[in-house]
Design a protein around this ligand. Structure first.
Ligand code: ADP
Length: 402
């Protein structure tokens, strides 16, 4: 079974075609700057076989429909094509950012599902409309093919009310559904299942703290395989410090900055989303650049690094309390998988809580799932490379197979 996974953003389209027989990637691509004067499409075909080969083409791509047609042409084209026709695609899986309280599982797209995604637009005004556009065009292009929506929020729908409510007037919840939703759910779910398999335990018996550290960062407390808390909230701005997002701050910062800098609330919001986090503290948002700067004695870079790891560490402590102990702490995504310094600092001095890293294992640059805790660590520490596309493809396959 071939499954096409689509992640449609406001000006970009990422896609991956997977052959589910061996769960291998047949093609992967990204279309960028949709709607701008000059856009681009980059595709890798059979990347396992030809990891360094890619097709890059620049051309104007006026809208998402043009982008989707371009993707199809590339997938069936003579030079970089990997399939003979669209009929070789058995199902399409779509990433949808916000499913609100309507979705606690992936859903086969029908009119009702589309209405619910529309109804959740106020909660994700930038993302859901783009996701929906991708679905609507796919329904036209692949009209006899099942389309499945997989939500970033669904894994977090098991969070109990005492943890997802904010202590604000109840009407904000009853009228506007203001509450914690959490994001990166596809990643947290994938690493939960993969970590359980690595530990040799059924997924519904494991307690985990999953730590997704990429450009966006979030953590989840997972009890018996189900999410019971997470750091992101109503929006992906909450929780950990991120590349350019502030994470948790005193909520009064908005009013304070608006008053003293005479900024609109929208501008403060943009500042907290785009000019804060690592970037706000040291002017860099890529952890590799920050390490290079630290090595040259850059104090701001050192501070940003310490602040970043401190939040991860304090949340590990909080979630150990929430769970009453964990089988493992699981690091994933760009920083989580690759950055031994962040992992080391976030786990430093946690022996009392049963967490002991093995410095050699932590520093080893090996691919795949691995244990990096020491033998005397009560709580295992794991690295699990995330694969959100595979998670979406597996969910899509499960729905299609009934
Ligand atoms: P996204 O959230 O966009 O999916 P990724 O999971 O790809 O992001 O993570 C991107 C971040 O991972 C980069 O900003 C960079 O800081 C970090 N990163 C990637 N590779 C490394 C590395 N080898 N060492 C340290 N950090 C890395």
């Amino acid at each position: 079974m071939n499954i096409l996974v689509i992640n449609c953003g406001s000006s970009s389209l990422k896609y991956q075609l997977l052959d589910m027989t061996g769960e291998s990637v047949v093609a992967t691509g990204v279309i960028e700057r949709i709607g701008e004067e000059l856009g681009s499409i980059t595709q890798k075909s059979n990347p396992d076989k030809y990891p360094d080969a890619k097709s890059v083409e620049q051309l104007p791509i006026p809208n998402h429909e043009a982008a989707m047609r371009l993707m199809v042409d590339k997938l069936v084209g003579e030079d970089w094509g990997v399939i003979d026709s669209l009929r070789d695609i058995d199902a399409v899986g779509h990433r949808v950012v916000q499913g609100g309280e309507d979705f606690s599982a992936p859903a086969l797209v029908d009119k009702g599902v589309i209405r619910s995604i529309q109804a959740n637009i106020p909660l994700a005004p930038l993302h859901n409309p783009a996701n929906l556009t991708g679905i609507e065009i796919a329904l036209e292009l692949f009209h006899n093919t099942p389309n499945v929506a997989v939500f970033d929020t669904e894994f977090h729908q098991t969070i109990p009310q005492k943890a997802f409510m904010y202590p604000v007037p109840m009407e904000l919840y009853t009228e506007f559904k203001v509450r914690k939703y959490g994001f990166h759910g596809t990643s947290h779910k994938y690493v939960t299942r993969t970590a359980a398999a690595h530990l040799g335990k059924p997924v519904d018996t494991v307690n985990l703290i999953t730590v997704h550290l990429g450009n966006g960062c979030s953590m989840a407390a997972v009890e018996q395989g189900k999410c019971v808390d997470t750091t992101m909230g109503l929006t992906p701005l909450a929780g950990l410090m991120m590349g350019t997002r502030c994470g948790d701050v005193d909520p009064a910062i908005h009013a304070f900055v608006a008053k003293h800098r005479q900024m609109s609330l929208a501008d403060v919001d943009a500042m907290l989303n785009k000019q804060s986090g690592l970037f706000g503290v040291c002017g860099m948002n890529d952890m590799r650049d920050i390490h290079a700067a630290r090595a040259k004695g850059d104090d701001a870079a050192q501070l940003a690094f310490e602040m970043f790891a401190y939040r991860v560490k304090s949340t590990i402590g909080a979630y150990l309390a929430v769970l009453g102990g964990a089988d493992a702490v699981v690091f994933t995504a760009g920083i989580g998988e690759n950055d031994e310094d962040v992992r080391a600092l976030a786990c430093q001095d946690l022996e009392g809580l049963g967490i002991v890293l093995d410095p050699e294992k932590n520093g080893a640059r090996e691919p795949g799932v691995r244990t990096i805790s020491g033998r005397d660590s009560r709580v295992a520490v794991l690295i699990v490379p995330t694969d959100e596309e595979l998670e979406i493809a597996q969910a899509t396959q499960a729905i299609v197979n009934g």
